[in-house]
Design a protein around this ligand. Structure first.
Ligand code: ZN
Length: 257
């Protein structure tokens, strides 16, 4: 069960504008789809964005850099604990909640000073990769995709590609250096990035460097696509039950645009 924690009231580091952010004591999300670029689609997965646009001054800020001003307890949990209702300042109640970054925010974030640290740069480039792949995700036969996402991207796909398409390859090229080949999860992600860049031989060379059984299950699927010279993001098959953990995925902060 997903259990809410208190709502944090945060002051943005740029201008001190107040924002709110829901926290969770526990999260139980049902992972539905794992994509080859590492994005996870899951039910009930709360959005925990790391980068946001300030509602006060429109600049970007790294959410962990915002100072905590206070906490608003969940009223339901206060009542079951027998505590009186919390006296919440009106400006706390008015504080807009921090939203998941859209493609514009991510495209700006890759060069923004607040994301200068290597780990942050890596995070936003992976998030941008996932975001730019949105129109390319196809799930033939999946009821929700057929009913909603397919017509949505048939309508907006060309406009999206025109606006953001040129970012795709340079972003992936820049991302390559962030993947450490000594780390098997990184190696798999790097191979996928190379495949999506159309560099199939380099992708296959990396995939042939050896993975354990669990990651090898995913590596085999990516290899098959690379051999077919197919550069599109695709839905990965789940491994047999005995391999519990999917590869390290940065889909956790759900990005639905
Ligand atoms: Zn600001």
């Amino acid at each position: 069960m997903t259990t809410p924690g208190p709502t944090l009231v945060l002051a943005s580091p740029c201008c001190g504008h107040l924002h709110s952010r829901q926290t969770f004591k526990s999260v139980n999300a049902g992972v539905e789809i794992l994509w080859s670029d590492g994005k996870l689609d899951a039910r009930l997965l709360p959005e925990l964005p790391k980068i946001a646009r300030c509602s006060g001054c429109s600049r970007l800020f790294w959410v962990d850099d915002a100072a905590e001003v206070g906490r608003i307890d969940d009223p339901f949990y206060r009542s079951i604990r027998g505590e009186p209702p919390q006296d919440v300042a009106p400006e706390w109640k008015r504080a807009p909640s921090i939203r998941a970054p859209d493609t514009d925010v991510l495209a700006e974030a890759i060069t923004d000073p607040c994301c200068a640290a290597r780990e942050r740069r890596r995070h936003v480039r992976i998030a941008l990769w996932h975001s730019l792949n949105q129109p390319r995700r196809k799930l033939p036969g999946h009821p929700q995709w057929e009913k909603f996402w397919k017509p949505y991207w048939e309508h907006y796909g060309a406009e999206f590609e025109q606006r953001y398409g040129a970012l795709f390859a340079p972003n992936l090229e820049a991302l390559l250096e962030f993947f450490e080949e000594a780390d098997p999860d990184d190696r798999l992600q790097k191979a996928e990035a190379l495949r999506e860049l159309g560099r199939f031989e380099a992708c296959i060379r990396l995939l042939d460097s050896g993975f354990d059984e669990s990651l090898g299950f995913y590596a085999g699927q990516i290899r098959q696509r690379a051999l077919a010279r197919d550069d599109a993001v695709f839905r990965l098959d789940w491994p047999p039950q005995e391999y519990a953990d999917p590869p390290q995925c940065q889909g956790a902060a759900r990005q639905i645009h």
